[in-house]
Design a protein. Structure first.
Length: 474
């Protein structure tokens, strides 16, 4: 069962917590499950407990049955649990009710708790979980925790705050589109696990990605539909190259925060276990195709403005926008680092920025070789396609914080992460804020995994005293 977050307008937000011991193997528990069920006494723990209803027993039955087979709920079982929860009135004067139930004598203990948020402002689900786990006589290994919204309007909830107080020490940083170069991946064959990723990619994409990476041509590799999958695969192949080195696994195990520049956020999420390599590559493929299609639908462009701070670049954009129509307007799309900001918009708007840059004392402008105005409203047509792809993707809570490009914050709720990934293509990239934040929180060591050394240069521009970023590539 995936973690789901949602807060309704009324008092209908509940949390289901589920844990199961691993004192015995699952086969023993399954044998026990096949025996005739006996009614067990439910003990209510916590303050202001409500009477136990039969519906709660149904929830426990569906969850416990799932525990002995898959360790997670199927869609049907989850729907049954949700239906049972709906039988509880939303106005129940409940602070916390945690029920422990020793359903299986041979090793499985189910712990379920419900908590109505409005009765306990600021209370975190983790607190309920710990309280519930202590309530169980057997204890147990946590399998999953899920908040289920019974309302219709959803926003991020406290289930998204798992990493709110993260303290980074070692980071993996993943590059975005533009880092590609012909010849990347040439050493993949030396590490079997890295070569295997490219082989998997070939099957998913339907073409020989490694051949294009190594031999080009450059124009083909630079295309959005090729470069995004190429960088994603090459970056995760770099992780395997590091893993194969002496003490490489120790380094990987020490990583406690990760982030990626634009496309690189997908790589970071895959590294953090939010989705599989295969699912991530499928998303990246759809993302690249959708962004290319959006760019083809309306001529647009991007340009880097060098030598100005963000306020002056914003003023430059405002001046350029005064001379173009509404559909040609420009904005900062990439907050990279002090003195380097990428501007996106209509072709005429970008040309106006280039013409006025010197009068604003910019050192130079560099037109970017990209398909169109990424991270602006020009990418709007890509959002729907991404949302559809994300909706059918199995996305879990990352095992470590993954910093979002949209708001420079880590998120733990899969629903929220999906929404943010869809928003990302039309939202400015907050890369400068991301790096300043993790450096300010005490980051000591960082690695750039993938082609090029763009991120290492950005880190140095942001903080000259920061430790050098080590690059790992294939």
């Amino acid at each position: 069962m995936q973690e789901r977050g949602g807060e309704a307008e009324e008092e209908e937000s509940a949390c289901v917590i589920f844990a199961v011991t691993n004192n015995k193997n699952n086969s023993t528990a399954r044998e026990e499950e096949e025996k005739p069920r006996k009614k067990k006494k439910l003990r209510a723990r916590g303050k202001h407990c409500v009477p136990v209803k039969e519906a709660f027993g149904e929830i426990m039955a569906t969850m416990a049955a799932a525990a002995t087979t898959l360790g997670r709920l199927t869609t049907t079982q989850e729907a049954a649990a949700l239906a049972s929860l709906r039988s509880y009135p939303s106005s129940s004067p409940l602070l916390c009710a945690a029920f422990s139930h020793s359903k299986f004598a041979h090793g499985a203990t189910t712990v379920i708790g419900t908590c109505w948020r409005d009765e306990q402002p600021g209370r975190k689900w983790e607190q309920v979980l710990r309280q519930s786990s202590r309530g169980s006589r057997r204890g147990g290994a946590l399998l999953c925790m899920s908040s289920i919204s019974l309302g219709t309007k959803e926003t991020a909830t406290s289930s998204d705050s798992l990493f709110s107080n993260y303290k980074p020490s070692t980071a993996f940083l993943f590059p975005g589109q533009g880092a590609q170069a012909v010849g990347m991946g040439k050493d993949a064959h030396t590490v079997p696990a890295a070569a295997a990723l490219f082989a998997q990619a070939n099957e998913i994409l339907g073409y020989d990605l490694l051949d294009i990476c190594i031999n080009g041509p450059k124009e083909k590799l630079d295309s959005t539909v090729i470069s995004q999958p190429a960088i994603y695969v090459a970056s995760l192949a770099a992780v395997e190259v590091l893993r194969a080195q002496e003490k490489g696994q120790d380094i990987i195990d020490s990583v406690d925060v990760t982030c990626g520049l634009s496309l690189g956020e997908y790589t970071a999420l895959a590294f953090a276990g939010a989705f599989s390599f295969e699912d991530g590559l499928k998303l990246v493929k759809i993302r690249g195709e959708a962004m290319q299609a959006a760019a083809d639908a309306a001529p647009s462009a991007m340009v880097s403005v060098i030598g100005l701070d963000s306020d002056k670049v914003t003023a430059l954009c405002d001046a350029a926008n005064e001379e173009v129509s509404e559909d040609e307007r420009v904005q900062i799309a990439n907050f990279l680092c002090p003195g380097n900001y990428a501007v996106s918009g209509g072709v005429k708007g970008v040309e106006a920025v280039e013409a006025k840059a010197k009068s604003f004392k910019a050192r130079m402008t560099v037109r970017l070789a990209v398909a169109g105005a990424f991270h602006t409203h020009f990418m709007g047509p890509a959002v729907e396609k991404l949302e559809a792809a994300l909706a059918v993707t199995d996305l879990k809570t990352p095992r470590i914080p993954v910093i979002s490009n949209v708001d420079a914050e880590p998120h733990s709720d899969p629903v929220t992460i999906k929404k943010i990934l869809a928003q990302q293509v039309t939202s400015p990239v907050q890369w400068e804020t991301t790096l300043k934040t993790i450096l300010g929180k005490g980051l000591q060591t960082s690695y750039e995994l993938g082609p090029g050394k763009v991120i290492a240069g950005i880190v140095k521009r942001i903080d000259k005293k920061a430790a050098p970023v080590e690059n790992i590539s294939v």
